[in-house]
Write a protein that binds this ligand. Structure first.
Ligand code: AMP
Ligand code: MG
Length: 328
């Protein structure tokens, strides 16, 4: 199979044709690129799991356009959910709700909840409106690999495995959506992202963060898997360990290997003269650049030596979750 990359404008009719006849395509969103299928078609959804090599117990997110009647897909039992929808949707927020069973069981991994999102990406909205069905999609990378933030990243992982990638440009968000369980009295973050705990508290009054301990029955199955890994070696140091990071860099150089330090801009002087993958100066920039720099790094480096930021608040919670999984 040859894999075509077309702009949303040039490819939308073809995308519609493929999706409505049970095929799968790469699609842009404002967070990362998705690998999309008709959420009501079991055979189509199975293709996603096959192509990615994704474990079948890891459910997918259903994406709908902003005027889609979501009451056909889910039950909403808590009033704060309407306030969250009003405040943050369309946007990088995924709500886990009680499913009405319209989306096939393969997509929800046999569970009774459905993860629902309205992407704000204009091209994605156009596609969702054109097909007018919920498209289920995980990130458009091979399982365990770093998530793609451009059509070229998707191509690098899935060339020859899917017929079409709609190119909607570089993703503006850079990390996956916040996954929020809104079935209970207090919303619970299952996966941190660009919609932060603080933002949810402001609208819903309160917000918890789900803890994932070994041996627990995990509510968001995706979080238990190894994730986001670049193809090269990695190491991760805290911001108080810059000397250790520099020492590892030097010892790698001595072995004849090519190390790169990945860090925020404020450490660029500390590591002056070294190969650097600079992530930016604040949380938004770091989220935007993280996967792009990991994917750039795996091409150039034998080892990416990441240094963290000394923060876990706001968007840094989601960033640190990805950094630990990709480099820790
Ligand atoms: P990905 O698309 O690869 O970024 O993964 C989607 C994320 O959403 C994974 O972490 C899933 O475990 C999570 N997810 C999808 N559906 C559900 C659901 N019904 N309940 C809880 N988490 C979900
Ligand atoms: Mg993923």
């Amino acid at each position: 199979m040859t894999t075509e990359i077309l702009s949303v404008k040039a490819g939308i009719e073809k995308a519609k044709e493929i999706l409505l006849s049970g095929g799968i395509i790469g699609m842009p969103t404002e967070t990362v690129y998705g690998l999309a299928a008709d959420g009501t078609n079991s055979a189509a959804v199975k293709k996603i799991f096959e192509v990615k090599g994704r474990p079948s117990d890891n459910p997918l997110i259903a994406h709908v356009h902003k005027d889609y009647d979501i009451s056909t897909l889910v039950h909403i039992r808590q009033n704060y959910v309407y306030d969250l929808i009003k405040a943050y949707m369309p946007g990088p927020l995924t709500l886990v709700l009680e499913s009405k069973g319209v989306i096939c069981k393969e997509a929800v991994a046999g569970g009774d909840t459905l993860a629902l999102r309205m992407p704000s990406h204009t091209g994605c909205q156009e596609l969702l409106r054109a097909v007018n069905i919920p498209l289920v999609a995980p990130s458009a990378n091979l399982s365990k690999h770093t998530s793609p933030v451009s059509a070229q990243h998707v191509f690098a992982d899935l060339d020859g495995k899917i017929p079409l990638i709609l190119d909607g440009g570089r993703c503006k968000g850079g990390i996956e959506s916040t996954v929020l369980d809104v079935t209970g009295k207090v919303p619970r973050i299952l996966r941190a992202g660009l919609i932060t705990k603080e933002m949810i508290e402001k609208v819903a009054g309160a917000c918890e963060i789900a803890e994932h301990k070994d041996g627990d029955k995990v509510k968001s199955p995706g979080v238990k898997y190894r994730h986001y890994r670049p193809k090269c070696d990695t190491a991760l140091f805290s911001i108080t360990e810059t000397d250790k990071a520099a020492a590892l860099y030097d010892s790698e150089l001595k072995k004849g290997r090519t190390p790169y330090i990945m860090c925020a801009d404020n450490l660029s002087e500390k590591f002056a003269g070294k190969n650097l993958l600079l992530l930016g100066k604040d949380g938004e920039e770091i989220a935007y650049n993280l996967y792009d720099k990991l994917l750039e790094g795996e091409k150039k480096a034998d080892i990416i030596i990441a240094v963290s930021f000394g923060r876990c608040d706001g968007v840094y919670l989601g960033i640190m979750n990805r950094l630990v999984k990709s480099c820790g």
